[in-house]
Design a protein around this ligand. Structure first.
Ligand code: DGL
Length: 281
């Protein structure tokens, strides 16, 4: 069974790694939209048209059994259209607000996400439904997304820039600081150590990777499959390489390929889109 992961950039790899750890027997494919990166400041209409078209193309080329939209920003708006247009289960990524609200002892949680995600109605509903009795501090940033991309191209993370972004929380009086920080962008687990250093040990960082892995496992009925044919053991031995596609040839691909070796990935191909992308970035 093949699963296709989608994101604007490298962030979705953090979700793919969580799914892979739980379901090593699957085949993995990854598509990222570097031509329109970053998604955090794009309009809803732009994201809906673009992601729908890209994933229709990705589906027809790769024939996955399931698609993970490993991008919170896109997931806040595109899921209904994708579920209407594609014949396979679509799993979206939701910021881990529910577990964070449950685990917070202080009753103050922070949501660190892209500017798009923090302001969307989808996020308002999530907070109203699962975090009505805690205080939620929202912090929208594209700078951390860019830093995460730089890190995965082998560049040094700019700690000064990270510190400045997180200042609204670090400047707060001790008892008003969040004790749980939701990494509501799939790029942010790539900076977990750096963000943790700045926010300090009293703040626990939480992301959605493992929840997505459990969802994929249950939708594909993997435990049942494995029990029937022993496929986990068989396939773990010959785990297939992940094919990676992007939407634009750019100078960063060799550096990315080098960094992705440690993720078990060796080659990035450009996916040629047959239909015309509206609102091309
Ligand atoms: N990784 C993405 C997310 O989870 C998108 C980041 C961006 O392109 O702004 O929101």
């Amino acid at each position: 069974m093949r699963v296709l992961f989608f994101d604007s950039g490298m962030g979705g790899l953090t979700v793919m790694a969580a799914v892979k750890a739980r379901c090593p027997q699957l085949e993995y494919a990854y598509l990222f939209d570097n031509a329109a990166f970053p998604y955090g400041d794009k309009s809803e209409d732009f994201l809906i048209d673009r992601v729908d078209l890209l994933l229709k193309e990705g589906y027809s080329r790769l024939k996955p059994d399931l698609i993970v939209v490993a991008c919170n920003t896109a997931s806040t708006v595109v899921l209904p259209v994708l579920r209407h247009d594609l014949p396979v289960p679509i799993v979206g990524v939701v910021p881990a607000i529910k577990p964070a609200a449950k685990l917070s002892r202080r009753g103050i949680i922070g949501l660190l996400a892209t500017p798009g995600t923090v302001k969307r109605a989808y996020t308002d509903h999530l907070i109203a439904q699962f975090a009505a009795d805690v205080k939620v501090l929202r912090l929208g940033t594209t700078e951390l997304v860019e830093e995460a991309e730089r890190k995965l191209q082998g560049q040094t993370v700019n700690m000064k820039r990270l510190t400045a972004v997180l200042k609204p929380w670090t400047d707060l009086q001790e008892d008003l600081k969040p004790d749980m920080a939701v990494l509501g962008c799939t790029h942010f687990p790539l900076l977990k150590d750096e963000i943790g250093q700045i926010l300090g040990q009293k703040c626990t960082l939480i992301d959605s990777g493992d929840a997505i892995a459990r969802r994929v496992e249950s939708l594909l009925d993997i435990n049942h499959q494995s029990a029937v044919d022993g496929s986990v053991v068989k396939n773990q031995e010959k785990s297939s390489p992940c094919c990676v596609f992007c939407t634009k040839e750019d100078g960063s691909l060799p550096a990315r390929e080098l960094m992705l070796k440690s993720w078990g990935i060796s080659k990035i191909e450009v996916l040629s889109i047959r239909a015309k992308l509206k609102n091309q970035a």
